[in-house]
Design a protein around this ligand. Structure first.
Ligand SMILES: C[S@@+](CC[C@H](N)C(=O)[O-])C[C@H]1O[C@@H](n2cnc3c(N)ncnc32)[C@H](O)[C@@H]1O
Length: 256
């Protein structure tokens, strides 16, 4: 295992977290003024830092030991070795290569937003499913869910996670072309520029009155997403922000 050591903490390096995971990071750890990002192989990173090489068992054991349960709305996200006594609905995930352990603000806000939506019996698309966490949460709330991801390697993990939680979500490799419209709700934890590009496509797959829960949006890039979504026939319902990350909830109202 290779570790990239950077000066800073989770908050100061938050904007780079999706990039680390897109480039194959397996986990991140805060250590006395530094952040250690774990990769299976060395990658090109646009940041100053130092590479270290570790024995595989060392990092895995240390990372597992430090991993904490995460609460988000009515859910708690647990690793298989965690115990939990609270009343929250448990989502048990095997932490692996896929993004979506619940530790990132965007995933937590998406879980909370999904919990506020009346999705029992609704058709839901989880675009960029990663570990399958959002698809699993939606299926637990009674929705008929498809999770899609362009990264084929995450699909078996999402399927295993859904089985582990007895959540009847389905998964497919791909993006919006793999979707099976119409949907009542799309949830997508991607990034601002991609949401901007996809805005007219969200309109094509949603029923009039359908909802889009979009996150992975840095506050400084939010305006572009808002404009693109309004141009595509959406109206903003609500906005949440944690740190620099924003979640925007929209209603598709083409007639307004
Ligand atoms: C930030 S992770 C989100 C994972 C999980 N949904 C969550 O909220 O924690 C983004 C995921 O979207 C996938 N992805 C990126 N671009 C995509 C696209 N155009 N269509 C579908 N999936 C995409 C990535 O492979 C990655 O697994």
């Amino acid at each position: 295992m290779h570790v990239f050591r950077l000066t800073g903490d989770f908050e100061t390096l938050d904007a780079y977290t999706p990039l680390f995971f897109d480039l194959g990071a397996r986990g991140m750890e805060e250590k006395e003024g530094e952040v250690w990002v774990y990769f299976p192989t060395r990658v090109e990173l646009p940041l100053p830092g130092e590479w270290l090489e570790l024995e595989d068992e060392d990092w895995l054991e240390a990372w597992k030991r430090d991993l904490q349960p995460v609460r988000a709305g009515p859910f708690v996200v647990l690793a298989p070795w965690h115990t939990w006594e609270g009343p929250e609905r448990r989502i048990v995930l095997e932490p692996g290569m896929a993004f979506g352990t619940g530790h990132h603000e965007t995933t937590r806000m998406a879980l909370e937003a999904l919990a506020r939506e009346p999705i029992h019996g609704a058709r839901v698309l989880d675009l960029g499913t990663g570990s399958g966490i959002l698809a699993i949460a939606a299926a637990m709330r009674g929705a008929e869910v498809l999770g899609v991801d362009v990264d084929a390697s995450v699909i078996p993990q999402a399927e295993a996670n859904a089985r582990r939680n007895q959540a009847p979500a389905r998964f497919k490799v791909g993006s919006l072309e793999a979707a099976e419209p119409p949907y009542d709700l799309v949830v997508a934890n991607l990034y601002a520029e991609l949401h901007q590009t996809l805005a007219p496509r969200y309109a094509e797959i949603l029923r009039p009155g359908g909802r889009a829960l979009l996150t992975g949006i840095l506050a400084e890039r939010e305006a572009g997403v808002l404009r693109a979504m309004e141009d595509a026939g959406f109206s903003l319902l609500s906005r949440r922000q944690e740190g620099e990350w924003v979640l925007l909830a929209f209603r598709y109202s083409p007639e307004d």
